[in-house]
Structures are given as C-alpha cells and as structure tokens.
Design a protein around this ligand. Structure first.
Ligand code: NDP
Length: 296
C-alpha cells in the first residue's frame, strides 16, 4: 500500500515556491502578496486565516489579514474588496467563509477580480476550468491539491473510473471537472455521487480512484471500496477524543485503518489533502503575481 504523504508533498511545493519568490525578490525587488478578509470572530476561521498568513510568510510572500466586525454590511465588504482589486501590492484576495447572514456569498465571489481570485471560485475561473483552459485561470485549491498529489505520485488516472462522493462548488464539482479533462493525471471516466444517490456502495465499489468529499466521519468503510483502489480523503471532521487535550481530533470521511488494508494507495487525515490546499493557495498567489508582473 502506498501512503500518499500530503505533508511531504506540500513541503516540497513550498520549498519550490520559496526559491521562486526569492528569485523575484532579487530580480524585480517585489514579492507576491495575499490579502485575506475575515468577517466576524468564528474561532475555526480565525485559525484557518492565521495558518494561511503563516504559510505566506514561510515562503517569503507578504500577507495581510483584514479583520472586519461581525456587523459589517455587504456594501462595506464589497468596498474593501474593490480597494484590494485596485491595489498593485495585492496579488491574491480571499474572503474566509462562512460569512454572516447579512452578506450574500455569491455577491462576494463576483466582486473579487478574476485575475486575483486565488481561491478559483469566480464564475470566470470556474468556466475556464470547465472548458479546459487550466493555465489561464485559477483552479480551486483543494481539488488542485488532489491533482498535484496524483501527479507527484505518478498515479495512473487515464481511462480509470473515478468516483467522487460530494458535489459542492468548492470541492466535488471542480474535482469532477478536473478529473474528466483530457490531460495527464486526469482523463478519467467520472461518476459523481451525493446525498440523493441510492445505495452509495454500488458506485464506490466500482471506483479505481475514490475521492471522498462529504463531511461525514468514516462514512466510507472497507466494504465500500474495491480492492486495489486509490483512495483520496478530502474530509475534515472533528470527532470527540477524550485522550486529546482539546477533547477532539480531526478525522476523514474514510475509515482509514480498515481501508488502508485493501487500497493500493491512500491519503491520511490529517496530513493528506489538508496541507495541499494551503500549498496550492500559495502557488495560485505566485501565479497571479507572475501574471500581473508579466513574468509568465
Ligand atoms: P459540503 O457540505 O458543501 O458538501 C458535502 C457533499 O457531500 C454534498 O454534495 C452532499 O450531498 C454530500 N453528502 C453528504 N452526505 C452524504 C451521504 N450520506 N452520502 C453521499 N453524499 C453525501 O462540504 P464540502 O464539499 O465543503 O466539504 C466536504 C468535506 O471536505 C468536509 O469534511 C470539509 O471539512 C472538507 N474540506 C476539506 C478541505 C481540505 O483542505 N482538506 C477543504 C474543503 C473542505 P448534497 O449535495 O446532496 O447535499
């Protein structure tokens, strides 16, 4: 069984990015900058945003956290985004989810300039992904991270049956669109399952590559996996664990301990897809910087 080590691959990617950032600093005296807007005081979001900022600093990029109060209006938030859209020092903009009720997520997605939309959520970037213009736009970071794992472990995907469980706009749908592209480490036959799929295991048992993006701890059991399948677990679920100081631990959508005995390759949680998401966010920010400075 191949253990797909997302922590190691994300460290490799960060080392590559660090070198390129240092090169640009030396040659044009500028480094990429990521601005993250957070509205309100959601504790988990605060941790995610801090981790993103730390990762930027770690590779030599600039990062800025813009903290807005929980009662910020949609117009105020759109005003802050417009300022960042126009700032030459900002290459990537992201607005941390979830947003307070008074703000419409879709309006926020539309407001971010597509050329700075390093999350890849703007319809222009989603459209480029669907039509296969992957180099032109930005690919949503989590599915992009999964592709990068497949690529770096040289996992054969062409003509394989890839079953994706989950159809969210941030993971399942872009993942399906990527896996069906006529490109290396994609080019699969794709099936997408969701909560209305009857008898989920009928589909998961056919998967050569099974990607779980559900948000339900250990929903995918060994009985649902074909022997020899490649299993990618996107899920991040907090479950009670009395042995931990916090009283909880992070676990995936896949029953790792049982499934690892039958899979040919598997990602762990934590240490699988999670660290790749941040690495691809940094990679998208560097890409935006290079595009805006006409370096690519
Ligand atoms: P969503 O809740 O937006 O989507 C979950 C999807 O799973 C939906 O399409 C839903 O179906 C489907 N689903 C739910 N229950 C079942 C079921 N019993 N059988 C089949 N399908 C089901 O979640 P996200 O896509 O945002 O995230 C999925 C998981 O990935 C979460 O654990 C999240 O924390 C994690 N995640 C991890 C990231 C990382 O960096 N590793 C980044 C982003 C997310 P329906 O559409 O019908 O409701």
């Amino acid at each position: 069984m191949l253990f797909i080590d997302g922590k190691k691959i994300s460290d490799d990617i960060k080392a590559e990015l660090r070198q390129r950032v240092a090169f640009h600093k030396l040659h044009i005296g500028k480094v990429p900058g990521l601005s993250v807007i957070i509205v309100g005081n959601n504790a988990a979001s605060q941790v995610y945003v801090r981790n993103k900022a730390k990762a930027c600093i770690d590779v030599g990029m600039n990062s800025e956290i813009i903290q807005l109060s929980a009662d910020t209006t949609e117009a105020q938030l759109l005003g802050s985004i417009a300022e960042l859209n126009g700032s030459p020092n900002v290459d990537g903009i992201l607005v941390q989810q979830p947003l307070p009720k008074q703000i419409d997520d879709y309006h926020v997605t539309l407001a971010i300039a597509p050329e700075k939309d390093v999350d890849g959520f703007h319809p222009e970037n989603v459209g480029k992904l669907v039509i296969g213009k992957l180099n032109d736009g930005f690919i949503s970071c989590t599915p992009y991270g999964v592709i990068e794992l497949l690529r770096r472990y040289k996992i054969e995907t062409a003509g394989k049956h890839c079953v994706i469980v989950g159809r969210s706009n941030i993971v399942g749908k872009p993942m399906a669109n990527l896996m069906m592209q006529k490109l290396d480490f994609m080019n699969s036959t794709v099936t997408v399952c969701h909560s209305a799929t009857p008898d989920l295991s009928t589909y998961t048992k056919q998967a050569d590559i099974l990607i779980a993006a559900i948000g339900k701890a250990h929903l995918i059991t060994a009985a649902m996996v074909k022997p020899g399948a490649v299993v990618i677990d996107v899920g991040m679920n907090s479950v009670p664990d009395a042995s931990k100081k916090s009283g909880q631990r992070l676990t995936g959508d896949v029953d790792f301990e049982a499934v690892k005995n039958i899979a040919s390759a598997i990602t762990p949680v934590p240490g699988g897809v999670g660290p790749m998401t941040i690495a691809m966010l940094l990679s998208n920010t560097l890409k935006s910087f290079e595009q805006q400075n006409k370096l690519r």
